[in-house]
Design a protein around this ligand. Structure first.
Ligand code: 5GP
Length: 196
């Protein structure tokens, strides 16, 4: 969804990693952040509960639904989605501005719709990469092994993942993640080219 006037610095760059949940994009993004000091992660806001290893304001800004809705009303999001029913995720305009002000490139770990939205909005400034798992079956196995969700929530992630796999051709690049180490190396090459 688009929610605000376009007023941002037109010069900054963005690297967008999108994929269905479980495809490995978070690991790839974390790897790139260790390799490229010129990248900084856009910390999204979400209404979901933190997982045990997630630190507030690092993984996400964990906020209440009430606060999220208030921020929507104040037009603080560049994009947001109700990614899973009742659970919102959104990119704060202040995050992008903060990172660009430092002269850095923003890197995103974002769902497929959000990624395409940013790609359209920042056409010419963005590199949009779709991380493709070997198959839907492998993706399902990874989501089960992660153990973060079960029951209905897990089913919802499966359904969404299946839909999202069809969006791959709309991205600038499809990065296959059959082997994580190889995918990380390939991602490094793509980002190095884009930054230079
Ligand atoms: P998770 O609950 O697994 O952390 O994230 C669920 C999905 O929401 C992932 O695909 C993640 O990349 C995506 N996501 C995270 N932040 C944002 C955001 O700001 N906007 C959108 N549209 N999706 C996001």
């Amino acid at each position: 969804m688009n929610h605000e006037p376009s007023t941002m610095n037109p010069k900054g760059k963005l690297v967008i990693f999108s994929a269905p949940s479980g495809a490995g994009k978070t690991t790839i993004v974390k790897h790139l952040l260790t390799k490229f000091p010129e990248l900084e992660f856009s910390v999204s806001a979400t209404t979901r509960q933190p997982r045990t290893d997630e630190v507030n304001d690092k993984a996400y800004h964990f906020i209440s639904k009430e606060e999220f809705l208030h921020r929507i009303a104040k037009k603080q999001f560049v994009e947001f989605e109700e990614v899973y029913s009742g659970t919102f995720y959104g990119t704060l305009r202040s995050e992008i501005e903060r990172i660009w002000k430092k002269g850095k490139t923003v890197i995103f770990d974002i769902d497929v719709e959000g990624g395409l939205h940013l790609k359209r909005k920042y056409n010419g400034q963005a590199l949009a990469i779709f991380v493709q798992p070997p198959s839907l079956e492998v993706l399902k196995e990874r989501l089960i092994a992660r153990g973060a969700d079960n029951g209905e929530k897990l089913k919802e992630r499966f359904v969404k993942a299946e839909k999202e796999l069809n969006y791959a051709p709309k991205f600038d690049i499809i990065l296959k993640n059959h082997d994580l180490q190889t995918a990380c190396k390939e991602a490094e090459v793509l980002v190095r080219d884009f930054l230079s």
